[in-house]
Unconditional design. Sequence first.
Length: 99
Amino acid sequence: MSDVDLRPRIKEMLVKNLMLQTTPDQIGDDLPLFGPNGLGLDSIDALELVVSMEKTFGVGVPNSEVAGKALRTVNTIRDYILEKREKVGQTGEKVDKPA
């Protein structure tokens, strides 16, 4: 999968799995996902997002510290997925899957 089609898939995942009242086209790549100045997601949404990422992209998020950095925007999610997939390609194992 190329980097080019990853962002639209992330946006579709957000809208579908979090049942957002918006369309993927309305979510900017750098729009904050959490807080009042962005999509307004909360901690429950964060849990759903982590599960969705694992199901959709095969990438887990091991803890809240990593989640806080990786789940800020569509771009940070994309970067995290690409980084983890690169490590999987090097080791052949899933990475950052909670024990």
